[in-house]
Design a protein around this ligand. Structure first.
Ligand SMILES: Cc1cc2nc3c(=O)[nH]c(=O)nc-3n(C[C@H](O)[C@H](O)[C@H](O)COP(=O)(O)O)c2cc1C
Length: 301
């Protein structure tokens, strides 16, 4: 057992927001999913105040080493999430972290207050990769902008607040320092990097949203360097993510300064990647050859 922001977790691997649909997985795998849930905590996809349709298709472009998505955060909105998704996610055998986003500080405050009142929710992650409609600045790209957001939302809940840093900023480390100074309990990084693919036959972008977020192995080196920079500037717990496909990748992020590891794009290839990486990481940190122990554990099941 380990502890993260006062939450007890069975191991150090969780999912990246929006990359594992636990409700669909439960439908597909039934109670087997609950018996062998791959993550130590479940992070919901981003919830906004009003429902969102998401971006027009196409929404995905496969890269040689990852993908670009322009899903556009489709979701049922706060009311729909509370009524339909929260009861299902509360049945998972692990703590629930709800990820929220708003385009105004008051909107984020409403979301944080609503989830802060729910016993089913262990912690709240703030997705700050969104422009503030009033200032025009991305909420997580500028230290002063993030400080202003936290000053409004921090008093709204006593639950742990995790700020999900965007890599699309001049200095994620400066933003992390502002997060710490203004009451965040942890930071998570990296979110996707902005990217684009051209249509194979027409002189226009392929993705319906124009640009999208690059994820997967292509961003692993960037995640490593940003986690290391952020670790040098804050004592807050860090959730490290970006291109993790194996226990060794997870250990690299741990050594760069991450306390927890989140697995995102790799779960699309292997839905049990979280469990595989968690077992391998524990073995590596115990000084044992990862593959031997992972295989022995799998055989013992
Ligand atoms: C299809 C897809 C959907 C995502 N949706 C969200 C989301 O709703 N909220 C969020 O904060 N991050 C979202 N992310 C970002 C991931 O949580 C993660 O930060 C990023 O993909 C880097 O990790 P990875 O390289 O392991 O995928 C999404 C990523 C992908 C690929």
């Amino acid at each position: 057992m380990i502890e993260f922001c006062g939450i007890r977790l069975a191991h150090r691997v969780i999912n990246g927001s929006g990359t594992f649909d636990a409700i669909a997985a439960r439908r597909a795998f039934g109670d087997a999913l609950l018996e062998r849930f791959p993550f130590a905590a479940f992070v919901s996809k981003t919830v906004t105040l009003a429902p969102r349709e998401g971006n027009p298709p196409p929404r995905l472009w496969e890269l040689g080493a990852g993908m670009i998505n322009s899903i556009g955060l489709p979701n049922k909105g706060l009311e729909g999430y509370l009524a339909e998704d929260l009861p299902k996610l509360a049945a998972l055998p692990v703590p629930l972290i709800v990820n929220v986003m708003g385009s105004a500080r008051e909107e984020v405050a409403t979301l944080v207050t609503a989830f802060g009142e729910r016993d089913e929710v262990a912690a709240i992650e703030l997705n700050v990769s969104c422009p503030n409609v009033k200032t025009g600045l991305m909420m997580g790209a500028d230290p002063a902008e993030l400080a202003g957001l936290l000053d409004v939302v921090r008093p709204c809940t006593a639950k742990p607040l995790i700020v999900k840093l965007t890599p699309n900023s001049t200095s994620p480390a400066d933003v992390a320092a502002a997060a710490e100074a203004h009451g965040a309990d942890a930071v998570s990084l990296v979110n996707t990097l902005r990217g684009m693919a051209m249509h194979p036959r027409r002189p226009e972008p392929w993705l319906g949203g124009g640009t999208g977020g690059v994820s997967g192995p292509a961003i692993r080196a960037i995640a490593l360097s940003q986690v290391r920079e952020v670790r040098a500037r804050t004592v807050l717990p860090i959730v490290g993510m970006g291109g993790v496909q194996s226990a060794r990748h997870a250990r690299d992020l741990r050594e760069a300064g991450a306390d927890l590891i989140a697995v995102g794009t790799e779960s699309f290839r292997d839905p049990l990647a979280g469990a595989r990486i968690a077992a391998g990481l524990e073995a590596l940190e115990d000084g044992l050859p990862a593959n031997a122990v992972t295989l022995a554990r799998a055989a013992a099941r």
